[in-house]
Design a binder for this molecule. Sequence first.
Ligand code: IPM
Ligand code: MG
Length: 353
Amino acid sequence: MDIKLAVLPGDGIGPEITEQAMKVIKAVCRKFGHNLAYNYALTGASAIDAVGDPYPPETHALCMESDAVLFGAIGDPRFDNNPKAPVRPEQGLLRMRKQLGLYANIRPVETFPSLLHKSPLRRDLVEGADFVCIRELTGGIYFGEKGRKDNGNTAFDTCTYTRPEIERILKLAYEFAGKRNKRLTVVDKANVLESSRLWREVAQEMAPSYPDIETDYMFVDNAAMQIIQWPRKFDVLVTENMFGDILTDEASVITGSLGLLPSASIGIHTSVFEPIHGSYPQAAGKDIANPIATILSAAMLFEYALNLTEEGNIIRKAVAASLEEGVVTVDIAGEKSFRTSEVGDWIAAWISA
Ligand code: IPM
Ligand code: MG
């Protein structure tokens, strides 16, 4: 198959980790006889530095004409403590999501037995937890009307959702639940927010069309608590943009394996695959960051964007082997740790063998 990828390394450790994922993608393509073409493009703070725009039109054009996008990370401390910065790296990410129509962010939360001791939760609570968070990604308070009034002394952000936006994300969530353990948790704040009441109304209308799936409804504060207390009870969780932002960070850390969790953003145009962790600027250029979340994002890329399941599986197997053999970076290593580039080389070589 002909495969055309856009590679957006971004900031901080982004370039190092995408490089490892590219080694793995190349090894898979060689093994399965795919014809791979790929192009790099700018995004985030590095794009602001180079051309003054965190998601330049050339980057968007490349994403649009590619089969999938591999994304590293964006963010730079130079901008974090400057609320007055005229352009911010994050704006690039948000524009990419909006312009590519990526309305669903899918984050599997999985535990790895060898890493359970890293979890902030007791082993007996977290062992075996396995669920998927589906976050709405192009609506809500992130994209609603915002501004200042009263000479800048009053600020507002609006959370707006339309029925079609809610229907399409819930449909996708039901389809996921149908392929998994058939339980869907719809998370909202319907006791307070009008937009949440529309979510719940639409969900209640749709639920009877999925009779084999058990739907339950949970307020977001309660969900935040239950993810910590009973992480095993969840199968598929779906929620609006900002609740999803917060809950997915919470969910990712309970497994003890933040550096291992991938994500997919899918929707209308080209899908984007990226690790769930950030740009980790303190580690940039040191060859110490964990590349596995990005490598597992490449596995999702083969499966979701290209429908190549075997290719995705072999990446997962190679990653499992590296964990078993202890070929891992310092964040999860025991006595001996490996460099970012060594882990990438090892996993690519395992696939080629
Ligand atoms: C995420 C990030 C982004 C978000 C930031 C970087 C804009 O936190 O992908 O979860 O809030 O969506
Ligand atoms: Mg976030």
